[in-house]
Design a protein around this ligand. Structure first.
Ligand code: FDA
Length: 512
């Protein structure tokens, strides 16, 4: 039964009677700061319009008992919950729902404690990646963590969907380096790895946030990084043989030394295409240059293209900040930088999609990609190619729910953004037509996708009754054979499907 105003009041009464201190962190549509709290972590302005459905209530818990109260009372009064950590979900699922709902926003639960001796850290879900990396580097120059590049991404969603960064070829995903977690389940119980059991612990490390419970905190195994790493970003125009070099990159990037990752950004600048090769090498330039000469001479990398720095400086640099800008920007959950490929000085509406590539794409197919870019007005679209191989190929497909391991040369990210607020059908149609153009060149049966690059175009649950068959349309793309095990875990952990959304894992015989 959908909740109405009466249910909302009952819900609020329930919260207050369950938890006496919760009033200070409740925001209803009548609270003066409701809109600013809602928009603070809304990262995609496609979901920030007057027509976007808004939560009945936002709660920003200060402790676990307030999260438990929110779960207990939402369940009792028929409100759906959406959990938000950093708010980067591409489809806004952490703060938009088409049924009456409550947002539990983790903004106040962002504590990080690093144990440099044990090489571990506990991090609460509301922390951002930038905050985590900063706190690790504060304790040791030789420790790091292999998560995503954008510092404002929240660890809550990121880790539960896998989470990759530019060290993935050496250390795998963020989720591959998680050793414990604190989760509140559908009964409101606080569980750790031991009490939740290995199945549930498996599911929350890549099975996508929000299907299994609310993750309060994660325990990480930190990785060792050298005191000096090397960064370069070099660009090649079409006249400088960009297409040939990118074509060659497909054969070498996934076979390079695992200390070396070279991503490729394809962008349109001043009406012509450009390939940007952006790299992190876990070592000094004197070791990098011979490696590049041996394996990828076509790029023509020179010593003065490279800059040596500490690992945390590379994090700051990869995020698009300039050398003169303070490292403290990594702590700021609203800091914006101006990278070459991702121009994100302000929040904007966007639509993104992803693909996996198992066979090199023929050279002439790139011409078709450029034609698509020439169709698109402005300079707001980009593609990023992320090489796999190394550690990514050593981990089995079933080790975590994230199945895209050996056999993948690279992943493609497609993104387009536009000005103003709201939906631009023209841009959405454009990215769909690019995705359609790519069909012959990318993975098939299923056409694989990455759950952290959420895309509702690939299938959604039916409202009302979520059938396994319907969910397997998108589920097999994100998780391949792991989808079945995720359904099994969901059936055990949340048989009544309390934690649900457009792309949540359904239990067997779900009727809600
Ligand atoms: P958000 O709060 O929107 O949550 C995402 C999903 O997880 C939602 O379904 C939400 O309900 C659920 N969730 C959130 N917190 C939860 C919790 N505590 N317990 C249970 N469920 C929870 N990815 C990547 O792998 N590498 C990268 O480099 C980047 N870079 C990047 C840059 C930018 C600008 C964006 C917008 C996105 C990325 N991503 C990425 C994708 C990112 O990993 C993905 O969107 C994450 O889910 C975001 O996590 P947040 O907590 O920020 O999102």
């Amino acid at each position: 039964k959908p909740a109405d105003h009466h249910d909302e009041n009952l819900f609020l009464d329930c919260l207050r009677s369950d938890n006496s201190s919760i009033s200070q962190v409740i925001y209803t549509k009548y609270s003066p700061s409701y809109s600013s709290v809602l928009s603070s972590s809304t990262q995609n302005l496609r979901f920030s319009t007057p027509n976007t459905p808004k939560p009945q209530v936002i709660i920003t818990p200060l402790d676990v008992s307030q999260v438990q109260a929110a779960i207990k009372c939402s369940k009792k009064h028929g409100l759906q919950i959406r959990v938000r950590s950093g708010g980067h979900d591409f489809e806004g699922l952490s703060y938009v729902s088409h049924v009456p709902f409550v947002v539990i926003d983790f903004i106040n639960l962002s504590k990080i404690s690093v144990d440099a001796k044990q090489k571990t850290a506990w991090v609460q879900s509301g922390a951002t990646l930038g905050q985590l990396y900063y706190r690790i580097a504060e304790k040791s120059k030789n420790l790091g963590f292999p998560g995503g590049v954008c510092p404002t991404v929240g660890v809550g969603g990121h880790f539960s969907g896998g989470g990759y960064g530019i060290m993935l070829r050496k250390f795998g995903l963020a989720a591959d380096n998680i050793v414990d977690a604190h989760l509140i389940d559908a009964h409101g119980r606080l569980l750790d790895r031991k009490s939740m059991g290995e199945d549930l612990f498996w599911a929350i490390r890549g099975g996508g946030g929000a299907s299994f419970g609310v993750v309060v905190a994660w325990k990480l195994r930190l990785v060792t990084v050298p005191s000096t790493v090397t960064r370069f970003t070099i660009t090649r125009t079409l006249e400088q043989n960009a297409t040939k070099i990118v074509h060659k990159w497909q054969y070498v990037a996934n076979n390079l030394h695992e200390d070396l990752v070279i991503e490729v950004g394809l962008i349109k600048m001043n009406s012509s295409m450009l390939a940007a090769f952006s790299s992190l090498f876990l070592g000094g330039v004197d070791r990098l240059l011979p490696l590049m000469q041996e394996s990828f001479p076509e790029l023509g990398l020179r010593k003065d293209d490279c800059t040596e720095m500490s690992w945390i400086e590379s994090v700051h640099n990869l995020a698009g900040f300039d050398k003169g800008q303070s490292l403290d920007l990594l702590l700021d959950r609203n800091a914006r930088s101006n990278g070459l490929v991702v121009k994100s000085t302000t929040k904007s509406p966007f639509k993104a999609k992803a693909d996996y590539v198992k066979q090199p794409i023929p050279e002439n197919a790139f011409e078709g990609i450029y034609d698509k870019f020439y169709e698109e007005e402005g300079e707001t679209a980009f593609i990023v190619l992320v090489p796999y191989g190394g550690k990514m190929s050593e981990i089995s497909e079933s080790e975590t729910p994230f199945p895209h391991r050996a056999g993948n040369l690279y992943k493609i990210f497609y993104g387009v953004s536009w000005g103003g607020d709201g939906i631009s059908q023209r841009h959405i149609d454009w990215i769909r037509s690019l995705y359609s153009y790519m069909t012959p060149y990318v993975s098939k049966n299923p056409r694989e996708a990455y759950v952290n690059y959420r895309d509702l175009d690939i299938g959604i649950n039916n409202p009302g009754y979520t059938s396994i068959e319907q969910a397997s349309i998108w589920g097999n793309k994100y998780f391949k054979n792991n989808f079945k095990r995720l359904v099994h875990v969901k059936t055990m952990a949340d048989p009544h499907n309390f934690f649900r959304n457009e792309q949540s894992i359904p239990p067997h015989t779900s009727r809600r």
